[in-house]
Every structure is written in C-alpha cells, then in structure tokens.
Design a protein around this ligand. Sequence first.
Ligand SMILES: NC(=O)C1=CN([C@@H]2O[C@H](COP(=O)(O)OP(=O)(O)OC[C@H]3O[C@@H](n4cnc5c(N)ncnc54)[C@H](OP(=O)(O)O)[C@@H]3O)[C@@H](O)[C@H]2O)C=CC1
Ligand SMILES: Nc1nc(=O)c2c([nH]1)NC[C@@H]1CN(c3ccc(C(=O)N[C@@H](CCC(=O)O)C(=O)O)cc3)C=[N+]21
Ligand SMILES: [Mg+2]
Length: 287
Amino acid sequence: MTAQLIDGVALSRQLRAALRERVAALNGRGCRPGLAVILVGDDPASQVYVRNKVKACAEVGIHSVLQTHPASLTEQALLQHIDALNADPAIHGILVQLPLPPHIDAQRVIEAIAPDKDVDGFHVANAGALMVGQPGFRPCTPYGCMKMLEHIGCALRGKHAVVIGRSNIVGKPMAMLLLQAHATVTICHSATAELAHHTRQADVLVAAVGRPALVTADMVKPGAVVIDVGMNRDATGKLCGDVDFEGVRQVASWITPVPGGVGPMTITMLLTNTVEAAERRLTTPSF
Ligand SMILES: NC(=O)C1=CN([C@@H]2O[C@H](COP(=O)(O)OP(=O)(O)OC[C@H]3O[C@@H](n4cnc5c(N)ncnc54)[C@H](OP(=O)(O)O)[C@@H]3O)[C@@H](O)[C@H]2O)C=CC1
Ligand SMILES: Nc1nc(=O)c2c([nH]1)NC[C@@H]1CN(c3ccc(C(=O)N[C@@H](CCC(=O)O)C(=O)O)cc3)C=[N+]21
Ligand SMILES: [Mg+2]
C-alpha cells in the first residue's frame, strides 16, 4: 500500500477562503478582527513562525499587531503588555510565542491572558473547558489535526487512537479531542515501556515528540492513519517530522507530510479561533 497524502496546504487554502467570508461579514457589522502576537527574544525559528502568522492574518483580512521585545524583558513588563492588550477593544486574540526566555514563567504569562482572547487555547480555563466538554478555544495544533481527520472522512468512533507525547499544548489536548470523538485513546510518553507494542494497535497514530524518525514502518499497523506533528531538523538541516515518511507511507493508508501537513493547519486554526473570538464578542457583548 502507498498512503494517500493529507495536504495541509490545500486544506488550509479551503478553510482560509471560508474565513475570508466570515471576516467580510464581520466587517459589514463594523468589526475588524484583530490578533496581537508577542515575541520575546530573537530565536530565529520563532521569528519565522511569527512572521508566517502575521502574513496569514493579512491573507484572510485579520488585523495583526506584532510586538517584539528583547530577551531581557522582565516578566512584570510582559504582564503589563498583556494587561493592555486584554483591555484593548481592537484586539480579539493574543498569542505569546513560546518558548519564552527561562527567567519568565510561561504558565503565569498564559494565565494573565483573558480567556476570551486566548486563541492558543493554553489558558487553564480553556484547557478545563476542553476537559469537561464545554465550549472554549481548542489548542490550534490538535484542532488542526482533528480537521484533517474530518476532511479525509476518518470515523473515529470505536477506533483505537494512539498519541505519542503528553505536552499541555499538543499531546494532552490531542488525546482529549480524540476521546471526545469517541475513539479509544492511548497516550505514550518518554517513560512508556514498549512504545511499538502500543503504536502497532493504532488505527490513528499521532506523533508529537520532537525526534526525527521515531516512528518507523514496523511500528505502524497496515492501513493506519498517521499524523506527524513533529517539527525537527534532520542531520542535513532539512525540516522533518517524527515519522520516517518514506518507510511509513508504504504501510499507512493516509499520512501527513512535513512540511505541508500539520504546520499550516496550526496557523489556519489560529486564524479560525481569532475570527471566532470576534464573532463571539459581537453576539455576546459582555464577552
Ligand atoms: N506543527 C506544528 O504546528 C507544531 C509542531 N510542534 C512540534 O511537535 C513536537 C512536540 O512538541 P511539544 O509537544 O511542544 O514537545 P514537548 O517537548 O513539550 O513534548 C514532547 C513529548 O514527547 C515525549 N517523548 C520524548 N521522547 C520520547 C520517546 N522516546 N518516546 C515517547 N515519547 C517521548 C515527552 O515525554 P515526557 O512527557 O515523558 O517528557 C513529551 O511528552 C516538536 O517537534 C515540536 O516542534 C509543536 C507545536 C506545533
Ligand atoms: N504560543 C504559541 N503558539 C503556537 O502555536 C506555537 C508556539 N507558541 N511556539 C512554537 C510552536 C510551533 N508552531 C508551528 C506553527 C506552524 C508551523 C508551520 O507552518 N510549519 C510549516 C513549515 C515552516 C518552515 O518552513 O519552517 C510546515 O510544516 O509546512 C510550524 C510550527 C506553533 N507553535
Ligand atoms: Mg513545543
């Protein structure tokens, strides 16, 4: 078998076209959705990601404000910038690019963002809403993975989904979304014994670790759907995921490429959450 590709660029193009219409409808009601992106320090990878996010906003008509600060910025100063954005009616979404410099407590910064502007879905209020099945912002990467599964018509009810990775921003929310879709979910991590034993059971396998070629063909059940969240550089400096793409595509039924898979979808779901934040404020003025 040779797997079919789940094209995150093509799906993003479709979803972003629909978002443009929602932005036009908001404009007609006198609202211009706005996203603030805060970058602290000069990590080159973060600079690229942040620039891509700002470009994507322009593409769908979202107004974006990029704040860049030196790595020496104090936590207190960062919290003050967030307070100002929380109070700014032109801003519907706030994203603080991670990782932050080590002298800043990232969790404290995330909790300072108003939950109704937390378009990353990282605030404990949004994480809790996901856990108990209430509406709230879903973290963009897992949300984008779910959109890809939906797009290929993957019926999750009763399927065995295995997630490798348990971070608060990818693995854990991914597992919760799969559970909400009635999959049977296994979460693996660095202390998991016999990783391959678990992954071989997976009808849907999600890799979110950060290790090139962690998932090899012998670890994949024939016909499985494989979602590769990893963003790594291989020995030659080329961008690659956590999945040995050439090997695994011989076994899987569907597979996401890196680049061109989950990455673009993450940005698309950030745009989606920002448009939704603006729509919510119009329909719920107290919001
Ligand atoms: N495409 C996109 O849009 C995005 C991509 N990413 C990428 O996804 C990957 C994961 O990101 P993130 O969740 O933030 O990373 P973290 O480093 O926060 O988490 C990695 C997880 O992988 C687990 N792990 C590490 N080694 C192994 C192993 N050998 N076997 C099984 N599990 C292991 C860790 O276990 P433990 O908890 O025990 O330490 C941890 O739970 C990275 O490559 C990142 O760059 C991230 C965000 C967005
Ligand atoms: N507050 C916060 N929110 C995030 O969502 C967040 C973050 N911090 N910190 C870093 C991670 C990583 N992340 C990516 C988003 C898009 C691509 C992406 O578009 N990737 C392209 C390739 C980009 C390239 O060429 O380098 C692709 O896969 O095709 C990658 C990674 C969001 N993150
Ligand atoms: Mg990370």
